[in-house]
Design a protein around this ligand. Sequence first.
Ligand code: MG
Length: 136
Amino acid sequence: MSGVIEGDSVSIGMLNQLQAQFAKDRDWDQYHTPRNLLLAMVGEVGELSEIFQWKGEVKRGLPDWKEEEKVHLGEELSDVLLYLLRLSDICGVDLGKAVLRKLELNAIKYPAKARKDIKKKEDEIEKSTPVDNGTD
Ligand SMILES: [Mg+2]
């Protein structure tokens, strides 16, 4: 499969088909109930969280991480995504449509101009707040 499918050409539909075939080939459809898939996904979120646990804040792009840590991160992110996709597929939710709709709703709820206004207000407050340099 690798070498044929590049990351940018992966679609939700393709992943859904691969997941469905994977489950069918192993006779796992019987276990792929919404509740089971949700709980499995939550378990994978826990595994993802373990990777970041006790590291403190990390830099974007993870420049200080070893290659094997990044590979492991990719595996756990994939586990979460695969269960999320399977859950939405089993529930009959078109996740592609749902996510685009949600992005539109988010854009309405959080207009870009409003964010700029909030940032301007935060900057004004910061400038007017006396700095406590701890010398008192
Ligand atoms: Mg995992």
